[in-house]
Design a protein around this ligand. Structure first.
Ligand code: SF4
Length: 296
């Protein structure tokens, strides 16, 4: 049976997907059940509609953050991030959005982002995919639509990725770099990767010296620790050192937990605590701070 979605002929499966989309973060897991790799969400940080591309449907990541909100408790399906499937799904969504004057369900398209269930730079075909998206943006005349890579930095300096970055940044590309730690101890307490803090800082420095990056920093309470500004002095010192080394920072996203974390001892900062922290950051750093509370 064929039905119409916003004037486009869609099959039964797509009709189910359209019904399943609530355009909120909570819809991600449900969409992966439909074996979909490209999905629309209304994102607070995008300020509108974001087309997310999940190149990590197996949920593997090079970090193991205590606050990770990817649900790995259920059986993990062996979903292959097939580049043809991604291209086809992307084309399908961009056709729908294009025929609706750049919107879906009333929300204008702001970005296409690699924001799935793991670390996108582990996907070997990421550079090819970035080039495909640049072409698709041109084809559908979405010139202002951003392309965003969320990364924890472990593999961002792979030569094949570095090669595509000039084209990415020439086409409204942005890198949103995760930075929650400030030294080896905090890295192992928060993100628990195999890579050292020194190496991750080196990666951030190398990319940030060439291109302006956005820092994404998750702040939360651990073990009911009482909030104090001093806790984050090491973070401030690290960011000051990065700036001194010539790292270009577009802005810092200071956010707290909005969904259930993997470790129950991680709890969101209260609104007034995040306010205090952001004021502390603002007083010490010459960078714009954007804050995102637990509930928006
Ligand atoms: S980097 Fe992201 S996906 Fe990976 S463990 Fe941390 S929060 Fe989860």
């Amino acid at each position: 049976m064929i039905c119409l979605l916003n004037g486009i002929r869609m099959n039964d499966n797509n009709k189910q997907i359209d019904d399943a989309i609530s355009l909120q973060y909570s819809s991600h897991d449900r969409l992966s059940e439909y074996n979909r790799l490209v999905y629309p969400v209304v994102s607070r940080r995008a300020g509108g509609l974001s087309l997310g591309i999940n190149v990590n449907p197996d949920k593997k990541c090079t970090f193991n953050c205590v606050y990770c909100q990817v649900d790995r408790s259920k059986e993990i399906k062996n979903l292959s991030p097939d580049i043809e499937q991604i291209n086809n799904e992307l084309d399908e969504w961009l056709t729908v959005i294009s025929k609706n004057n750049g919107s879906y369900k009333g929300h204008p398209l702001k970005d296409i982002s690699f924001a799935g269930d793991g670390e996108p730079t582990t996907y070997s075909q990421l550079p090819q995919l970035i080039e495909n998206i640049i072409e698709a943006k041109k084809k559908y005349h979405f010139d202002q639509c951003k392309i965003i890579i969320f990364t924890n930095g472990t593999r961002i300096v792979h030569p094949n990725i570095l090669k595509v970055l000039p084209a990415l940044f020439a086409n409204q590309g942005e890198i949103w770099f995760k930075l929650d730690f400030w030294d080896e101890k905090s890295l192992q307490q928060i993100n628990r990767p195999k890579m050292s803090a020194a190496k991750l800082i080196e990666h951030l420095t190398r990319v940030g010296q060439q291109f302006p990056v956005v820092l994404q920093s998750c702040f939360f309470s651990w073990n009911d620790q009482v909030y104090q500004d001093d806790i984050y002095n090491g973070y401030i010192t690290l960011v000051q050192e990065l700036i001194k080394k010539g790292v270009q920072l577009k802005y810092i996203q200071a956010y707290t937990l909005a969904r259930k974390p993997s470790e129950i001892d991680a709890k969101p900062l209260k609104d007034d605590e995040l306010d205090r922290l952001c004021l502390h950051l603002k007083n010490e750093l010459p960078v714009q701070i954007k804050k995102y509370y637990e509930k928006g």
